[in-house]
Design a protein around this ligand. Sequence first.
Ligand SMILES: [Zn+2]
Length: 320
Amino acid sequence: MSIETPLRVGTFQKDSRLPIEEVYRALEQLTHHGWEQQRIHVQEGKTGGGRKVVLPVYGYISPQWHENPGLWVLVGVHGEEPAPSNALAQHVRTLLMLAEAGIPILCTSILNPLGYIKKWRYPNELWNPDFGASVGDSEHVLLNEIESGPRTRKPISFDAECITVWALTQCVQHPPVLVFDHHEDEFSPEPDSPQARASYTYYHGEHGLVRIAEDVVDVLHANDMPIAQDGETAFGEKIIYGVVRNAVDGSVDELISAPRVFFRGGKIEKPAAKAVIIIETGFDPGVPHTLDQRVVAQGAVMNRYETYWNMMMHKILPSI
Ligand SMILES: [Zn+2]
């Protein structure tokens, strides 16, 4: 192993999330089975106790990935959402089995490890989106409405710049066709919001494949996750059958599903994923001890990756 795993950095523990070393260690098993480990980026910052810390962000690529597009799995963009990475750490065998069955796979370690160890949403900010710089922001390469240039002149942070460049490079080298970006959703304090006691799934991609996102909603519901079936989000987006389609949010998910982006001074064509599903397990921050169930729900979606892959390959019919 050429790249070292940091040890004993000290992880926020009150919600019983896994220490970050355990997540790193679990995913490192992939390299023992011939997966390539790429270092996407190294986050530098301070722990909750004020100690300086350096935390790597990795991508893992299954062996013998030649030209066919594959399945991508992203976790850990937001630090207060531990269930996705904790579930992935338990599903390394699932990933290995899928790769052995011939499905090319790319997955990441926790994309915002500094946020994870402190339970901060952003690397630089506990919660406030006005000050926080999301590591999953790609607005500086996403095209504006008239496709004349990028939406912003500069990346929101060095973290976001590194992750965006890596995702863009991988779109060419290991093109995605089906993508799962696992998140969580803290319930809104606004009593009238559809997010007050429930969450929904985001979807970017081809119309007919939204059926996969709808199945994800069913799986989350069956695993005791409350779902907002309809209504509008706080941003005025329509929720249909628990799914918000093609939201313009400037995220790396939008980047992965975009056919064109603005890069190094010009507009370029790139391989675009056909379906990107953003899974959200909702939780009330005032209710303790719900992480285990959220990990189960996230894992239940991971257990259906092969089904979703087959739905994609068999060109399922559009839902009504
Ligand atoms: Zn999130």
